[in-house]
Design a protein around this ligand. Structure first.
Ligand SMILES: [Zn+2]
Length: 329
């Protein structure tokens, strides 16, 4: 059996299309993860599909990252979970978190300034979407910019916007539910693997230490909701992320093979085999695993100071590597 990228893409879209013809309450797997707090997984054969989080206050409910589901998550929430007025927040601009914003165009959609700028660019360049024939909508909501320290008050439940020195994406912000003790991280934390690309490991390490200080404060948090690869996780995991970094700093090098169940060994991985092969064995990147945490980091960039020294660049695929090689010449 030949599992070509084209075949798997068609199979995936056919399965999703079939699901779209089922009643709405069969299209999602909802889980209560704390009182009035839901993780909602849209059906998708790909195991790295992001979950939508729903945080319900006394007056309003907050949808964190509507994701790229083609199903009507707004109607699903109203009919099955809450009919409170909705507001939305994006953790960062990536399409797999923001595509379904269009369902909430008449709501307030909180996002960082960089996220707003990135979504504006996407709107002006429709060629950037079309990853799937099922994703045909475009949000026209320009977003409401929030900054670190701002709060979102849902009535008796307050979330604070946190900044970080981003590793996953420059538009990232985090949301700290001070009332229920939950941290919503977007992709800055991913239980499958944190991809640091070309951010020094030290940056990630400092972020984790800041989050540990916050976790252990009053109020703190005891739960982390990261959209991909299994939400929620216990906030204790931050200690293991910290230890994972310290192991690398002490000289324990991670694995050259970055293969993981969640995305590189996923038969529904949308990237072509060449790109997957490149990402998996990119000579610059290592995968360090420790106590259920995994960090993919650039072996030349453990410390910030190394940015000023000669270092190799980790790329997402052979095309980028080729382009960089040309630029170097
Ligand atoms: Zn992302």
């Amino acid at each position: 059996m030949e599992l070509t990228t084209e075949f798997m893409k068609e199979l995936k879209e056919t399965l999703i299309e079939r699901t779209m013809s089922f009643p709405l309450n069969r299209q999602f797997s909802p889980r209560l993860i704390k009182p009035d707090t839901w993780a909602i997984l849209p059906y998708n054969p790909s195991p790295d599909t992001p979950s939508i989080h729903l945080v319900i206050g006394q007056e309003k409910a907050l949808v964190i990252d509507p994701t790229d589901t083609p199903y009507d998550v707004r109607t699903y929430i109203r009919e099955n979970i809450t009919d409170k007025p909705l507001v939305v927040a994006n953790t960062h601009s990536h399409g797999d978190h923001t595509y379904a914003n269009y369902l909430f165009d008449d709501c307030t959609i909180y996002m960082s300034e960089k996220c707003q700028a990135a979504l504006r660019r996407q709107r002006q360049n429709p060629g950037m979407r079309s990853r799937s024939r099922l994703l045909t909508h475009q949000s026209v909501n320009d977003g409401t910019v929030v900054r670190p320290g701002d709060v979102i008050d849902l009535g008796g439940r307050v979330l604070e916007v946190l900044g970080c020195e981003p590793c996953h994406d420059e538009s990232s912000i985090l949301f700290w539910d001070r009332t229920a003790g939950i941290l919503f991280t977007g992709d800055e934390i991913d239980p499958g693997q944190c991809n640091l690309w070309n951010a020094p490991l030290e940056v990630f390490y400092d972020n984790i230490k800041n989050l540990i200080a916050l976790r252990d404060g009053d109020p703190g948090f005891d739960m982390i909701c990261a959209p991909h690869n299994g939400t929620p996780i216990n906030a204790k995991a931050l200690d293991y992320y910290k230890e994972n970094c310290e192991r690398v700093f002490s000289g324990i090098e991670g694995d050259v093979d970055k293969g993981s169940v969640s995305y590189l060994l996923n038969p529904f991985e949308p990237r072509g085999p060449e790109t997957v092969e490149y990402r998996r064995f990119d000579p610059v990147t290592r995968r360090s695993m420790w106590m259920g945490t995994a960090i993919n980091y650039n072996v030349d960039l453990l410390y910030r100071r190394q940015l000023d020294e000669p270092h190799r660049i980790a790329y997402t695929g052979p095309k980028q590597a080729e382009a960089a090689a040309k630029k170097d010449k």
